[in-house]
Design a protein around this ligand. Structure first.
Ligand code: PLP
Length: 378
């Protein structure tokens, strides 16, 4: 029996254990300690973002958005139907009405040509999700949003260090959310960050993240006591997790180099097979530098996709599919979702499969995956 090849493996890439030991020895285990500051400063400087706040998850960074944007019940948010549940849940929690947009058939990103028709007088926000770390058509999205008086925030869970027209993903919206879940390029198990591109939102974001108190200003000596000043929750991760994350971020060049190589090896090894079998491989527009988050393929049908996943499983290779169309989910139909509303999402959701892709995938294991795929004939 050959070894099982997992879809994901969260691994140590540098000084994670040393930094966690340092955090523990420093006896500062709660949030906003030295390693949290190192992570946020690194991200601010690297991305050119005025303010970055580490959060307990991307979901929590997303949850802070509608609070910061003063969402009222009934306000509408335009969201791609093909994304993770957290993108929509964060807004629905504040009483927002989700309006689902379909995706482009080439990049699987928000279809910007559908936006105008979805905007109403209640639309407050559009949330592009940079699927697989490939940028959405941000020029068009920003132009429409500015003209119609709607704000843009980004779900950049897949896209850290990816670029659209030479500008980092996560720097286009007034706010952007990052994920450091173990399935993402950079991880601390569970974690995230809120990127704040509009400095006017920074002070309130700190308050919301600190239980609705002005504790951050107190620690900086800007006020002489701290108290309850706004709504809020506890969205700051322990400094032990930030220590783990800092080691990963420090190794960003190494991690991204490895992931680029994995991606290119899949693409080069599979493109002829894919063309012969009408399997769609990822498309990266020339002006996008992708973040190498995943390698997906679209098989011609749901049946073939299911056969393919079972075939790989029998060979000890774990592949996965995602997302189920949000507008057809149990919650989505309560907001009026019907079959046919987002035809590209519905088709892609049936066809998509993701191959093993992680920071410790070896050349040998990857060759085994590629050879297995090449022998899947249909
Ligand atoms: C992973 C992911 C999230 C949620 O991230 P968490 O850090 O697990 O909360 C949100 N949106 C997208 C697109 C994701 O892939």
């Amino acid at each position: 029996m050959t070894d099982f090849i997992p879809f994901n493996r969260p691994v140590v890439v540098g000084k994670e254990l040393q930094y966690m030991a340092e955090a523990i020895a420093g006896e500062k285990l709660s949030g906003d300690g030295p390693f949290t500051k190192k992570c946020s400063t690194l991200l601010e400087q690297e991305l050119g973002v005025p303010k970055v706040l580490l959060t307990t998850s991307c979901t929590h960074a997303l949850e802070m958005m509608p609070i910061l944007l003063d969402f009222q019940p009934g306000d509408e948010v335009i969201i791609p139907a093909f994304t993770f549940v957290s993108t929509v849940n964060a807004f629905v929690l504040r009483g927002a009405k989700p309006v689902f947009a379909d995706i482009r058939p080439d990049t699987l990103n928000l279809d910007e040509s559908s936006l105008e028709a979805l905007i109403t007088h209640r639309t407050k926000t559009i949330i592009p999700v940079h699927y697989a770390g490939v940028g959405c058509e941000m020029d068009t999205v920003l132009e429409i949003a500015a003209r119609r008086g709607v704000r843009v925030v980004e779900d950049n869970a897949h896209g850290l260090f990816g670029k659209y027209k030479s500008r980092y993903l996560g720097t286009f919206g007034v706010l952007a959310a990052q994920s450091f879940h173990e399935s993402k390029n950079f991880s601390c198990g569970e974690g995230g960050a809120l990127l704040i591109n509009d400095p006017a939102l920074a002070e309130r974001a700190e308050i919301i993240r600190e239980k609705g108190t002005n504790r951050s200003r107190f620690f900086r000596g800007q006020v002489d006591k701290y108290t309850w000043v706004d709504v809020g929750s506890s969205y700051l991760p322990s400094d032990i997790l930030a220590a783990f994350l800092y080691a990963q971020l420090e190794n960003r060049a190494k991690i991204q180099f490895h992931r680029q190589k994995v991606w290119e090896t899949y693409y080069g090894g599979l493109k002829d097979w894919a063309a012969r079998h009408e399997v769609q491989l990822p498309y990266i527009p020339a002006y996008c530098e992708q973040a190498y988050h995943m390698f997906y393929m679209l098989l011609p049908s749901l049946d073939l996709r299911e056969d393919f996943i079972a075939y790989l499983r029998d060979l000890g290779i774990h592949s996965v599919f995602h997302y189920l169309p949000l507008h057809l989910s149990a919650m989505g139909v309560q907001f009026g979702g019907k079959p046919g509303d987002c035809p590209v999402t519905e088709r892609v959701s049936d066809q998509l499969v993701r191959l093993p892709f992680h920071n410790a995938l070896t050349e040998n294991d990857q060759q085994r995956v590629i050879e297995a795929v090449l022998e899947f004939d249909f």
